[in-house]
Design a binder for this molecule. Structure first.
Ligand code: HEM
Length: 427
């Protein structure tokens, strides 16, 4: 039981302890609820298949997330989710993301210009630079890249910050406190509500200017199979979802990436020399050639997956590998433990990009799920990968940074967030 309590203070280690002490399928009773932790890929796949068949879902989080996510993709279920996914996915497919290349490149170059403008020996707050860059990219994609006025709308930026920060306490209050804890977060909730109101009015204003090419306008024009457009309410929910799902996950991954390569000079240099081979603009064609850099990014996501676990529940009795799971149980797919399983990865705690250059074993392919898996896998996967590689390549090609080697531990949050700021000195 002590392993469960550790989930509140060090969730990654707790997931590893659960696997070590109770095996790859571990069940607990917690305040009358059955919890079932899975840390092997074959059983995880079965659960995700059961999700596809409608026997497993994520309903228990639905009410907790509803105030912030509404019926956005991250939260919705049934026909609403399927409809939304069909309408949103084309803008994030391998081909669909080509339309966002210009925003990725131009915003990355703005960060490069600001860094190259600094004096040699200046301190660089990498965490802040990366967060601001990702926010500008998401705003550019969502509201249009031809009009840069948005990037100076500080009220929009702080409302996005408040919404993203408000999610974790609101989830805690709703899930652990069954709604009662809500009163403790009264002020924060009020701030979140005001921020959401501002964000909604901003989206509405942008859509009304019919700014062709922005995701908000494209979504407003999309029709579902029956020829109906997305309702205004769903459009607003989806816009918020893109920021909630796409901001911190990407910022944190980039910070961990620079942190990890900053610890190992030889790895940094290999990445730098691969990137320096690129001639001209760093766009989609160029990043396709960055095999080692991409391997280092995957290795970052193996060590620091943004979702430590996928949580599901079942409202019907199900059979998993001959074990009966009661209705009302929660199923926790332990991504963190699978990513650090010594039976699957040699030296699982070490940062070894080379392992992603080799042919992966079946167990490695099945266990590696930084973007989730199954029907709810990350819709922004191709977007995030291309965005991160363009950012990494643009910065490393143009600016030489001595990244601080100060230890950074993860912080408790919804995502696997670095607990301190990452800094660097410009050479
Ligand atoms: C490094 C960056 C990212 C990581 C590691 C990541 C990870 C994930 C994971 C693990 C899930 C599955 C959650 C579950 O099954 O419960 C997910 C779902 C999702 N992600 Fe991402 N994500 C990233 C970036 C993005 C971006 C950039 C966007 C959008 C612009 C995005 C949008 C979504 C959405 C909408 C879902 C829900 C999909 C659904 O339920 O149908 N993500 N992501």
């Amino acid at each position: 039981m002590i392993e469960l309590l550790k989930l509140a203070t060090d969730p990654g280690q707790a997931l590893i302890n659960i696997k070590q002490k109770r095996g790859q399928q571990a069940s607990y009773k917690f305040f009358g609820k059955d919890l079932f932790f899975i840390s092997n890929w074959k059983t995880s796949q079965k659960i995700l298949e059961l999700e596809g068949a409608g026997k497993v879902g994520r309903n228990f989080l639905y009410n907790a997330k509803k105030p912030t996510f509404g019926d956005g993709l991250f939260n919705s279920h049934g026909e609403t989710w399927a409809n939304q996914r069909r309408m949103v996915q084309p803008f994030f497919s391998k081909n669909g993301i080509e339309q966002w290349e210009g925003v990725f490149v131009s915003e990355s170059m703005k960060t490069v210009q600001s860094l190259t403008g600094l004096d040699q020996g200046s301190n660089v707050d990498m965490s802040l630079e990366l967060k601001s860059l990702i926010q500008r990219i998401l705003i550019g994609v969502m509201f249009g890249s031809d009009d840069y006025e948005y990037s100076v709308d500080q009220e929009l930026i702080s409302s996005i910050d408040i919404i993203v920060e408000g999610l974790f306490p609101s989830l805690l209050a709703e899930t652990l406190g069954k709604g009662y804890l809500k009163h403790f977060f009264f002020l924060q909730n009020k701030r979140t509500d005001n921020a959401i109101r501002y964000f909604h009015s901003y989206v509405m204003e942008r859509i009304s200017t019919d700014n062709d090419g922005s995701l908000a306008t494209l979504l407003a024009k999309t029709k579902d199979r029956s020829g109906c457009p997305m309702s205004q309410k769903l459009l607003l929910d989806e816009a918020i979802t893109i920021f909630l799902a796409g901001q911190d996950s990407t910022v944190n991954t980039l910070i961990w990436f620079f942190y990890l390569i900053g610890q190992e000079e030889t790895i940094y240099e290999k990445i730098e020399s691969e990137i320096n081979e690129i001639d001209g603009t760093i766009g989609f064609d160029a990043i396709n050639k960055l095999n080692y850099t991409k391997a280092a990014l995957y290795e970052t996501m193996r060590l620091y997956p943004q979702a430590l676990a996928l949580a599901r529940d079942t409202d019907q009795g199900i059979d998993i590998d001959g074990r009966y799971i009661n209705p009302g149980s929660s199923l926790i797919i332990s991504i963190y433990a699978m990513h650090r399983d010594p039976a699957v990865w040699a030296n699982p705690f070490s940062f070894v990009p080379e392992r992603f250059l080799e042919e992966q074993s079946e167990a490695q392919k099945g266990s590696f799920m930084p973007f989730g898996a199954g029907m709810h896998n990350c819709v922004g996967k191709y977007f995030a990968e291309a965005e991160m590689l363009i950012i990494i390549a643009s910065i490393i090609k143009h600016v030489r940074l001595d990244i601080s080697r100060k230890l950074i531990l993860p912080k408790i949050s919804i995502t696997l967030k670095p607990g301190n700021l990452l800094t660097a000195i410009k050479r």
